[in-house]
Write a protein that binds this ligand. Structure first.
Ligand code: F6P
Length: 367
């Protein structure tokens, strides 16, 4: 029996989304003879029944395109703003799924999307997800698509900041995305030779950072690059959060992930630069890379990864295996139960080989 598949992209956009849509679509339609329909702007498009045809040549010429041809949004099925009110729209989504006679819904997204997909699985839909995000923080997969491209962009930025920091004898604090995980800052910091790398997983002491910068200065290098993850926090902030959590009866420290307030972009980074300027006597400047890191064409590695994950998705649907995320595992792929992915965040282990290696070359982590 011919299978009918719906596909959507949700959460922040990421290089490689179009390559993944193409991978799913060409394998599903071209290889297996299935039917494919797109939904616009994530779960909202599915709820509002806004579709995009994908069988009339739309899959051609998109491998190298950044963004997503389907559009995306951060809407959640169970909490969607409709008519100015937050409403649970799961029933509308389930009903549209059945109206289209879908056999499976493919959701391309990061951590939030995995949770939303699990909710739809629990509501009775067949779903398969792919791990997408520049943050590389989705659990149970070696890597997410988008990460390699963003890593390249952030690394190039650190390279460029080096020459201007060197020329002006300045500290340049560069804020790198990554949400609550430090993969992007860590990777770009190592690849770009940052002198200091601050990640959320290792709360920093500003004295330690200032001391490292002053030591470099005394050694004849009166400039430094500080690569700071947007989610990095100081030791004091970390302790305050733990204390606040522990004071709440019945709550456990491990709940910190869900309890943390929203990241205030840039504020903390600007404050850090001001502190370092005062403490070292060197001029400091701030560069916020922001959404630059998500834009543009995917790298070759991301095009390959997205294509691999996309075609593996079509294989699974052909086998009738649903309720899973298609994870990257070495050179291969693996179907992982959504229950094992949803609600988990893959942060940087503090003793990760990248961290150890960076320490060996003299990088300061603010600890
Ligand atoms: O998850 C990807 C990401 O780019 C994070 O690194 C960042 O914190 C967030 O999205 C930014 O979200 P928005 O695009 O909604 O501003």
């Amino acid at each position: 029996m011919t299978k009918y598949i719906g596909i959507l992209t949700a959460g922040g956009d990421s290089p490689g989304l179009n390559a993944a849509i193409r991978g799913v679509g060409k394998a599903a339609v071209g290889h297996y003879g299935m039917h494919l329909i797109g939904f616009r702007d994530g779960f909202r498009g599915l709820m509002e029944n806004r579709t995009a045809p994908l069988e009339g040549g739309q899959l051609s010429g998109i491998l190298t395109l950044g963004g997503t041809i389907l559009g995306t949004s951060r809407d959640k099925p169970h909490k969607m703003s409709v008519g100015g009110k937050m409403r649970d729209m799961t029933d509308a989504i389930v009903s549209n799924y059945h109206d289209h006679r879908l056999d499976c819904l493919v959701c391309l997204g990061g951590g939030g999307t995995q949770k939303n997909a699990l909710r739809l699985k629990e509501a009775g839909l067949n779903v398969v997800t792919l791990p997408k995000t520049i943050d590389n923080d989705v659990a149970m997969t070696d890597i997410t698509f988008g990460f390699d491209t963003a890593l390249g962009i952030a690394t190039e930025a650190v390279d460029r900041l080096h020459s201007t920091a060197h020329s002006h004898h300045r500290i340049i604090v560069v804020e790198i995305m990554g949400h609550r995980a430090g993969w992007l800052a860590l990777g770009a910091g190592i690849a770009g030779g940052a002198d200091v790398i601050l990640v959320p997983e290792i709360p920093y002491d500003v004295d330690s950072v200032a001391t490292a910068i002053k030591r470099r200065s005394r050694g004849g290098k009166p400039f430094s690059i500080v690569a700071v993850a947007e989610g990095a926090i100081s030791v004091q902030e970390h302790q305050a959060r733990l204390a606040a959590l522990e004071s709440k009866k019945g709550r456990k420290v491990k709940d910190i992930e869900v309890e943390e307030p929203e990241i205030v972009y840039a504020d903390r980074t600007i404050k850090l630069a001001q502190q370092l300027e005062q403490m070292t006597g060197l001029e400091a400047r701030v560069t916020i890379l922001g959404h630059l890191q998500r834009g543009g064409a995917p790298s070759a590695a991301d095009r390959i990864l997205s294509t691999r994950l996309g075609t593996a998705t079509a294989d699974l649907i052909n086998e009738g295996r649903y309720g899973v995320m298609v994870a990257a595992r070495g050179e291969s792929t693996e179907a992982v139960l959504l229950e094992d992915v949803a609600g988990k965040v893959k942060t940087v282990p503090v003793d990760h080989p990248w961290v150890e290696s960076a320490r060996r070359v003299g990088t300061n982590f603010g600890d």
